[in-house]
Ligand binder design. Structure first.
Ligand code: FAD
Length: 457
């Protein structure tokens, strides 16, 4: 059953006399464990109509580049096959998503769409809901507990959100039952993009091609599930003790798959819940509480990209220290080319540029140091978001905006006052060395850099 709290009508149009149910699949790009897709199938079966799925491949998504698109299109190609196996055709058009949705909605009885929390995603859905003649129903498929259900307001921290989510978990940690479409749509004719050759699709897109794909990293649900299984078998037991050690690889690496909607967080949580592992609680805390706290932040706070989105105490303390002298001062170019005095920071930046994924612990240090070495907190935020969103495969996500804001005090508490940071929590190179073999981390990244140079462009 799909909980009614996952479902929201975005307009109040009556059901149209259409030929199919349109499942506008823009955020949850997968053929399984997808509440929006299941809802569309159930509605279509009630109407004895087929489901037609649609994805709009825009060249204009802010800050996206070839690295992101490659991963996205690989996942899309797999989703198309998965949907076809269920008798559903996936129409892919190279255009702004709302345009294609509006056009396909002309022959639809209703439109079912998944949910996104960033302003551009909300705006796209709103445009379609206003323009079309049929109902537009949004189904929340990429969180365990629907955002408004968890809390009706912006939460102060994980400590305030955690009990609210925990109270609802029994209702939402439920397997999603799948039903098969009664009528298939494979015989319907639509103009649609051929994405069989991903490189060819990429080369035809007018996007930033300078940030290239991450070699050896494949997008898609099958690969996400394989990685989850491997994580559960080999790493979960040690997640609690080793997740903050960047010299070791004890994270799940699933954030890009979550970001592109290629795996369901509910599916992941259920797999982990079923186990008796010492790492279970810590992992579910990150996957559910921390991740959904990020969605809570960007959903309820429209100023999440700027200092204005921070709590009053953060802004006050940062402003009081804005003109403190900086021991080191760098601009975007020096940061981007990993050209600082700090080998640990440089290694983290190189890891991100090369692999599309900086280790989680280093992300905190990386962001804190950008604050310390930039001319102002607002410039630090701008630089951190620019680099994060350009190079991280999981960038441009609520987690990224929240992670950067956390470095400036969001969801945290005041600490002892010091230069530049004021009362914002500080991190030092000595702290890294105390926690793990920081020089070993530098060597590890340097060997990755060396190997990538050896293997050529
Ligand atoms: P795992 O440790 O295996 O965790 C599993 C999942 O839990 C992750 O995939 C993620 O969805 C969630 N999670 C883990 N840690 C956090 C956290 N601190 N906050 C919210 N959710 C979390 N995450 C992104 O997805 N995209 C970003 O662009 C991003 N940028 C960040 C920038 C900064 C400055 C900071 C401090 C954090 C950022 N994070 C971001 C959060 C976190 O570092 C990553 O989610 C995590 O490292 C992803 O790796 P993983 O999937 O192997 O994590």
């Amino acid at each position: 059953m799909i909980q009614p709290t996952r479902v929201k009508a975005l307009n109040s149009r009556p059901m149209a006399r259409g030929a199919y149910v349109l499942c506008w699949m823009q955020a949850s790009v997968r053929g399984e464990y997808n509440h929006a897709l299941e809802y569309a199938i159930q509605e279509a079966n009630d109407l004895r109509q087929p489901v037609v799925a649609y994805f709009g491949l825009t060249e204009d998504f802010p800050e996206a580049n070839a690295r992101h698109y490659h991963f996205l299109v690989e996942g899309l190609r797999e989703a198309r096959s998965a949907l076809e196996r269920r008798g559903i055709t996936l129409v892919i058009r190279k255009e702004l998503p709302p345009g294609g949705a509006m056009e396909l909605a002309r022959d639809a009885s209703l439109v079912v769409v998944d949910r996104g929390y960033l302003p551009i995603q909300k705006d796209w859905r709103e445009q379609v809901a206003q323009a079309v003649e049929c109902p537009v129903i949004q189904v929340e498929s990429d969180v365990v507990v629907p955002i408004e259900e968890a809390s009706p307001k912006e939460e102060y921290s994980a400590a305030t959100l955690r009990p609210k989510i925990h109270r609802r978990l029994d209702d939402y940690l439920r397997p999603l039952e799948e039903s098969e479409p009664a009528v298939d749509s494979l015989g319907l004719e639509f103009e649609s993009l051929d994405i069989a050759d991903v490189s060819q699709v990429l080369s035809a897109l007018d996007i930033d091609q300078t940030v290239r794909r991450v070699p050896g990293l494949t997008g898609g649900t099958a690969e996400a599930k394989r990685r989850l299984e491997e994580f559960i078998s080999n790493k979960l037991d040690h997640y609690n003790e080793l997740r903050n050690d960047p010299t070791k690889d004890y994270l799940s690496g699933l954030s890009p798959y979550l970001h592109f909607g290629q795996i369901s967080p509910l599916y992941m949580a259920l797999q982990v819940m079923a186990l008796d592992s010492p790492g279970k609680e810590a992992y579910l805390e990150e996957l559910i509480i921390r991740r959904e706290l990020s969605m809570n932040f960007v959903h309820y706070n429209a100023r999440f990209r700027s200092l204005e989105g921070l709590p009053e105490w953060c802004r006050k303390t940062l402003m009081e220290h804005e003109s403190d002298p900086r021991e080191y001062l760098y601009g975007l170019e020096e940061f981007e080319s990993a050209d600082t005095h700090d080998p640990y920071w440089n290694a983290a930046q190189k890891e991100m540029v090369l692999t599309g994924k900086m280790h989680g612990y280093m992300r905190m240090y990386w962001g804190k140091k950008i604050l310390e070495w930039s001319e102002s907190p607002s410039e630090a935020m701008r630089i951190a978001l620019c680099l994060n969103n350009k190079y991280e495969l999981d960038g441009r996500d609520p987690n990224g905006f929240t992670g950067v804001a956390w470095c400036l005090g969001k969801h945290d508490r005041p600490w002892g006052e010091r230069t530049v940071f004021g009362k914002i929590r500080y991190m030092s190179a000595n702290g890294l060395r105390r926690k793990f073999d920081a020089d070993g981390y530098v060597r590890k990244v340097e060997s990755l850099v060396g190997a990538s140079q050896d293997s050529g462009p």
